[in-house]
Design a binder for this molecule. Structure first.
Ligand code: ADP
Length: 477
């Protein structure tokens, strides 16, 4: 098997190829991917620093053309890239293809943004003086990504970074180097000058840590767990470096008595369990008013019975495996904990055997939960949801907001007054009405409040806040 190597200063680097294992079938090696060392990561930071002056002065047409070329190649190869993604991460093939297409759309969007960058020219309060307000690239951007969206999250960080004239050192999650490698290969061949985009595949502790510690990194964009996010924040504060952190969620989906039952069940099942529940926007708390509670639980259990958990590439699979053994063990220990805390396991929660050896888990639905239980406070990041019964809308809103997180919050209701009140009062970066908490557009901002996010929003034109810095110039004639 050929080794897929890192990319440092435009040159392939690294010989130490590690197998990328398919979580649907652990006998299937997706490919060999080089593991970077700390020295490789330092070399990548230096290469990005060296490439910055020229790239920061490159014209918008060059950046537009490169991003557009990459978008077109990703779209043309969406089936192949989506299959690779599903094979290394475990989401279904359809979800993988959808995600590859999303990466293409993001590239296309930022190809356009490269040509739309504007500034302001305003008269000064001092006669004879003009003020120009412009946006400039920040410098070298460190990009650290998680395994759950192996191509979309890298795309929504790399595309704006490059669009606005920054250079990049990119460290993807260890479990999913394949999608990251393919994306970097496409961007590199689309015409990026050497050193503008550097890829270092490896562990967080070794390679990621270099990005946190390097004085060459001017801005850090990170998506991952809360503990690593905290560590990244501390390192960024130490360096007085710009940061953008996307971390966990414990997203509520409120279901009111007046909800359309079918819509509510669809939102809950999709939001909580699709992509194996491994989405930071997953609906892990289903907050249901008493009048609809029993009918809702019965209908969700019925829907869960009809879902097929199997190999991600198999036709008819609704839910693929958990990403790896460690994550599966974590999910199972939370399921045990839920039982110990007194919640009722209404469905699933057991490890499953399939034709191929993989990390299969029957989606778990807990009922009779209290919002104080750890299964309702901590992010599990698996196909596990907890139903919390409440009296009325007011209690539902209070419970929804009673969490350290604030990424996405949903409500299913046919009452305009509740929908409007919830939209205004849910403490979350994203609010969904009669829609799953997960599943977002690519051209509008993404992010949360409280413990979920820190720093400017990602995606859409709001991405410019993080990936550029503002200069105010005063000119006397
Ligand atoms: P998860 O538990 O979901 O893997 P992590 O926060 O551990 O979440 O991982 C998210 C990303 O952060 C991954 O790319 C991982 O390698 C990276 N990472 C983990 N530890 C560190 C660290 N000490 N410094 C920098 N990056 C890290």
């Amino acid at each position: 098997m050929t080794i897929h190597r890192n990319l440092i200063g435009g040159a392939p680097a690294g010989e130490d190829g590690r197998p990328n294992i398919n979580p649907s079938d652990t006998t299937d090696v997706v490919g060999l991917y080089a593991r970077a060392t700390a020295d490789d990561a330092r070399a990548a930071c230096a290469a990005a620093r060296a490439a910055f002056p020229a790239w920061s002065r490159s014209g918008p047409m060059q950046r537009h053309t490169i991003l557009k070329t990459a978008a077109a190649e990703i779209a043309a190869r969406k089936d192949e890239l989506g299959t690779l993604l599903a094979r290394e991460e475990g989401k279904t093939r359809a979800e993988g293809i959808g995600e590859a297409l999303r990466a293409s759309q993001i590239m296309e969007f930022f190809a356009g943004e490269a040509l739309r960058l504007t500034g302001d020219l305003v008269p000064s309060v001092r006669p004879g003086v003009e003020v120009a307000v412009t946006r400039e690239p920040v410098g070298v951007v460190g990009v650290i990504t998680p395994w759950n969206f192996p191509i979309a999250i890298p795309a929504w960080k790399l595309a704006p970074a490059l669009c606005y004239g920054n250079t990049v050192v990119f460290k993807p999650a260890e479990l999913v180097p394949g999608s990251a490698w393919a994306l970097v290969d496409i961007l590199h061949r689309a015409g990026l000058p050497d050193g503008v985009l550097n890829l270092v595949m490896g562990t967080g502790a070794e390679v990621g840590q270099v990005l946190l510690d390097s004085p060459d990194v001017d801005a850090l964009t990170f998506t991952g767990s809360v503990p690593t996010g905290r560590r990244a924040a501390a390192a960024c504060a130490q360096h007085m470096r710009k940061m953008q952190l996307e971390m966990g969620g414990k997203n509520p989906l409120v279901v009111l008595d007046d909800a359309d039952l079918e819509t509510a069940v669809e939102c809950a099942v999709n939001g909580a369990f699709y992509s194996t529940g491994q989405r930071c926007t997953a609906s892990s708390r289903l907050i249901v008013t008493a009048g609809i509670h029993d009918a809702f639980v019965a209908a969700v259990v019925e829907r869960l019975r009809g879902l097929t958990v199997d190999h991600a590439l198999k036709e008819g699979t609704h839910i693929g495996p958990v990403v790896d053994e460690r994550q599966l063990a974590g999910d199972l220990s939370y399921i045990d904990l839920g039982r110990q805390e007194g919640a009722h396991l209404a469905f699933g929660g057991e490890r499953l055997d399939r034709a191929t050896p993989g990390f299969y888990l029957q989606p778990a639905l807990f009922t009779e939960c209290s919002n104080t239980m750890r299964i309702c406070r901590e992010e599990i990041f698996g196909p596990v949801a907890a139903v919390i019964r409440v009296r009325d809308y007011d209690e539902a809103l209070a419970v929804a907001n009673d969490t350290p997180f604030g990424l996405s919050a949903g409500i299913c209701t046919t009452a305009l007054k509740h929908a409007t009140h919830f939209r205004r009062n849910a403490r979350a970066g994203m609010v969904m009405v009669n829609l799953p908490t997960a599943g977002v557009d690519f051209h509008v901002p993404f992010g949360g409040c409280k413990g979920s996010s820190y720093g400017p929003r990602e995606q859409g034109r709001y991405a410019a806040e993080f990936f550029t810095t503002v200069k105010t110039a005063y000119l006397a004639a």
